[in-house]
Design a protein around this ligand. Structure first.
Ligand SMILES: Cc1cc2nc3c(=O)[nH]c(=O)nc-3n(C[C@H](O)[C@H](O)[C@H](O)COP(=O)(O)O)c2cc1C
Length: 352
């Protein structure tokens, strides 16, 4: 059952592993293309994806839109027919334009988290791009699917459930994250599965569900599939691969990190996030890190009030300046011991 292909709308991935989108710059065409080629679903993150374009400083938005199209094209060239999607955070200032750029570039799917992407069906229209929301509760799934049904007469092509052990921004309260052991997340998973069945029946389609957060080995894949989902979303493990787009220093930080080094931070985005407690985080704990310039990345950000600029911190990290960089990671980063390759990692996660 675990080796069943993943069917998303009219497209099929040979292997039911979706690589989670990772911004800034951690999952671009190199990683996503390699995952797609190996049979999984490769996901590019659109968050400040153009950070190394020559005109990024002068025209952030233009550089990002160009880079979305460029990286989808490059990933698809590498993918050998495999599926390539784009992860676009709803909280982004230019969210709508990012979705349209991904569709224009021929992305197989758009995955949206960090907020409820109510307008997503309208932005994608009739294009052959599947749509997949990321939810962390039954309530969010229920609300969104009901709104899409009422407003657009359509439903999701896939649903990603992101659990409390995931990396990056998290859809849980800091209190829930402190008590993950007591928190019955399986109830939320069952709830999302029940919600999606309503719309599967109504639209006569099947809506695959993938579960992510803390999937670090074969046993976790099996446990996830036993909960009745169709696939898994894995992010942290893909960072320590040769193909990952992050700098070697970033990957090394993953190898060196242990469970005790992982902290929950309050991100300027207004959501909690999970990261490696490095020199940068320790400095941020002591007081504000002045914001140099504003990249207008997030809809709800007031540069005068935030503890640091998240774009600057994530760009520094992906380039390898870890002294000044924020290293997002999942709760199980401590399991990583060495750099591997994407095909070897997928084989490890899927082996019988
Ligand atoms: C470095 C890093 C960056 C991430 N960036 C994003 C992002 O830009 N958008 C998003 O929706 N999720 C983001 N995530 C979450 C992942 O896509 C994924 O769902 C989650 O981390 C899965 O858990 P795992 O890392 O334990 O496998 C990020 C995760 C990591 C580790």
């Amino acid at each position: 059952m675990e080796n069943q292909p993943l069917k998303i709308k009219n497209k099929t991935a040979r292997i039911p592993i979706v690589q989670g989108g990772m911004g800034v710059g951690v999952s671009r065409s190199s990683l996503a293309g390699a995952v797609a080629r190996a049979g999984g679903v490769g996901i590019i993150s659109s968050a400040q994806i153009g950070y190394d374009e020559p005109d990024f400083e002068q025209d952030v938005q233009g550089a990002n839109l160009r880079a979305i199209e460029k990286h989808v094209r490059l990933a698809k060239e590498q993918a050998d027919g495999g599926l390539v999607g784009v992860n676009i955070m709803h909280a982004l200032q230019h969210y709508e334009d990012h979705v349209k750029a991904a569709v224009r570039a021929g992305a197989d799917l758009v995955v949206c988290g960090a907020g409820l992407p109510v307008e997503l069906p309208g932005l994608v229209g009739d294009a052959d791009t599947a749509i997949a929301p990321i939810v962390s509760s039954r309530k969010a799934a229920s609300l969104l699917l009901r709104m899409w049904d009422k407003k657009y007469g359509r439903t999701a092509d896939m649903i990603v459930i992101e659990g409390p052990l995931a990396g990056g921004h998290l859809g849980f309260s800091p209190e829930q994250l402190e008590r993950t052991a007591e928190f019955d997340f399986d109830m939320e998973i069952r709830g999302v599965l029940e919600e999606k069945r309503i719309y599967e029946e109504k639209y006569g389609v099947s809506i695959p569900v993938v579960l992510g957060g803390g999937i670090s080995g074969r046993a976790h894949v099996r446990q996830a599939m036993e909960k009745g989902v169709d696939g898994v979303q894995v992010a942290t493990r893909f960072v320590a691969t040769e193909e990952c787009d992050a700098s070697p220093a970033y990957k090394q930080a993953y190898i060196e990190a242990s469970e005790e080094d992982v902290v929950i931070i309050k991100s300027p985005v207004g959501m909690p996030g999970r990261a490696v407690r490095n020199a940068f985080i320790r400095r941020a704990e002591l007081g504000k890190i002045p914001v140099g310039r504003c990249f207008h990345c997030i809809k709800k950000c007031s540069p005068a009030q935030i503890p640091y600029c998240i774009t600057q911190a994530l760009v520094n990290a992906v380039k390898g300046d870890l002294e000044n960089g924020l290293i997002f990671c999942g709760a199980r980063v401590g399991d990583i011991r060495e750099i591997t390759t994407v095909p070897a990692l997928i084989a490890e996660l899927m082996q019988d």
